[in-house]
Design a protein around this ligand. Structure first.
Ligand SMILES: O=C(CO)[C@@H](O)[C@H](O)COP(=O)(O)O
Ligand SMILES: [Fe+2]
Length: 215
């Protein structure tokens, strides 16, 4: 039950609707949408208007990765735009428990995100409240970076914490994911694989997605 979520950050910004449709036709499970505010991370990408724009092009879950300060201010915007899953960085959220509760109250799946330098135990206080934990496997802010092998230890720790408590929580990984690193992450306990460049650098999206899934 491994899911693959192509990150549209690596897609063609001039035709995002068609890009999302192509991912859907190629067997993607979720569509990953990277929102950056120029504060939490240096670049600025786009806001909830992008979700609104691509929503008519697919019925797949739109998975929004918020790399923004004060993510709680964005919840209503993204819910109204049609997002299905919203994840917030633990490093950016002063009131993490309240933010997670507000995402769920808004009817979306709630995720929390850990940077490679953040200990796995930072997820523990809200582990029973979330639908997924996103373990970053690069430092956030840019696509096309190299996988950080040290993040595998965090994935294993998260897997142990989740299994010990028998929680229905997914582990998502994001950054430098290709068929090789995907396999390492799945072995460590990941269940949702985000990939940008490894999907969009291939002319055959279906083949790229299947290879990341391990097929
Ligand atoms: O959140 C991020 C980057 O901050 C990611 O979702 C990237 O978009 C993944 O890109 P690749 O590393 O797969 O090229
Ligand atoms: Fe992301």
């Amino acid at each position: 039950m491994i899911k693959v979520a192509p990150s549209i950050l690596a897609g063609d910004f001039s035709r995002m609707g068609e890009t999302v449709q192509a991912c859907d036709n190629a067997g993607a499970d979720w569509i990953h949408v990277d929102v950056m505010d120029g504060q939490f991370v240096p670049p600025i990408t786009f806001g909830h208007q992008m979700v609104e724009a691509i929503r008519p092009y697919t019925d797949l879950p739109l998975d929004v990765h918020l790399m923004v300060e004060q993510p709680e201010k964005q919840i209503a915007f993204f819910q109204q735009a049609g997002a299905d899953c919203l994840s917030v960085h633990v490093e950016a959220s002063a009131h993490l428990h309240r933010t997670v509760a507000a995402i769920k109250e808004a009817g979306m799946k709630a995720g929390i995100v850990l940077n490679p330098g953040t200990p796995a135990y930072a997820a523990e206080p809200v582990l029973a409240d979330v639908d997924y934990v996103l373990q970053m496997t690069v430092n956030p802010g840019f696509g096309g970076q190299s996988f950080i092998p040290g993040a595998l230890a965090n994935i294993k720790k998260l897997r142990a914490m989740i299994d010990e408590r028998q929680l229905p929580v997914d582990i998502q990984v994001d950054g430098g994911i290709n068929p090789t690193t995907a396999q390492q992450c799945v072995q460590a306990g990941a269940t949702i694989l985000v990939a940008g460049s490894a999907v969009f650098k291939e002319a055959d999206l279906a083949k790229a997605i299947a290879q990341i899934r391990g097929q």
